[in-house]
Ligand binder design. Structure first.
Ligand code: GDP
Ligand code: MG
Length: 256
């Protein structure tokens, strides 16, 4: 089993060492042989240097830094998935680098894949989830989830979580989502494409804690942009155009 954990980072210097220690412990405790792929595209706080200093004392976990020009969250994760597939990953995981996604919960996502899911989504919006965040953020995420459920009927409630596990087939499917759709547009598009491609999807409750340093992604200033990106994805879904990207891959994604 070759597991690749894709971790997009933008100025996460303060979290890197703790994240690494906890990932190492999890990998050791669960005999998870994994590559942690940090995808950084313009941190200015020493994140990349911190990743390059990471060393592993055991054979379970290895760090790798993928460094490139600033292209944003969706492009970073898309590139990470592409590279992981190229490396022959048999399981792909994506998670934030800010400790809001707990490394200790990775094995539950992996177990969902082992139990037959092709895409497992760590969710703040299903019973059993624990979620510490400012009220405005919870309200925003819940309203967004509700609106999207009414407009596009995605296969999961939490369409904006980046804590996900993929089989190689599901990851290949995810590459059909254009990173140019923007952060939340892309995260939503992956969910909608999974449903269309009949990818078996599981939604698991997680314990999520927004870091005190705040979100790199969400800010009132960016909301109009996010709204228009998501509206575009909903429109593409309704027109069916979102799924054209799936056509060339369909043979390999969902042979029927
Ligand atoms: N490479 C890269 N990573 C990013 C970018 N924007 C955010 N991230 C990372 O993506 C993850 C999600 O961002 P985060 O601030 O946690 O968003 P939130 O969980 O929605 O509050 C974090 O690990 C960030 O460091 C970006 O432009 N490029
Ligand atoms: Mg986060």
């Amino acid at each position: 089993m070759r597991t690749v954990i894709v971790i997009p980072t933008l100025n996460e210097r303060a979290a890197i060492e703790q994240l690494w220690r906890r990932l190492e412990e999890v990998a050791r405790a669960h005999s998870l042989s994994a590559l942690a792929l940090f995808v950084d595209d313009g941190s200015t706080d020493g994140t990349r240097e911190a990743v390059m200093r990471l060393t592993s004392n055991d054979r379970h976990l290895r760090p790798q830094l993928l460094d490139g020009p600033r292209r944003g969250y969706s492009a970073a994760v898309h590139t990470g998935i592409e590279l992981a597939l190229g490396l022959g990953a048999t399981r792909l995981l994506t998670m934030d680098g800010d400790l809001s996604h707990r490394p200790e919960e990775l094995p539950r996502l992996v177990a969902a894949l082992d139990a037959g899911a092709e895409l497992a989504v760590g969710s703040r919006l299903v019973p059993g989830a624990r979620w510490h965040a400012p009220l405005w953020r919870k309200w925003l995420t819940r309203s967004y989830s509700l609106a999207v459920a009414l407009l596009a009927a995605p296969p999961v409630r939490d369409v904006s979580t980046g804590f996900r596990a993929f089989t190689p087939q599901a990851a290949q499917m995810a590459l059909a989502a254009d990173p140019g759709l923007g952060t939340f547009g892309w995260l939503l598009a992956v969910c909608l494409l999974a449903k269309r491609a009949a990818i078996a999807t599981a939604e698991l409750p997680i314990s999520y804690a927004a870091p005190a340093s705040g979100s790199k992604l969400l800010s009132p200033r960016r909301l109009p942009r996010y709204l228009s990106e998501v509206a575009k994805v909903v429109l593409l879904h309704r027109e069916g155009a979102l799924y054209r990207a799936l056509e060339p891959a369909r043979g390999s994604v969902n042979p029927r």
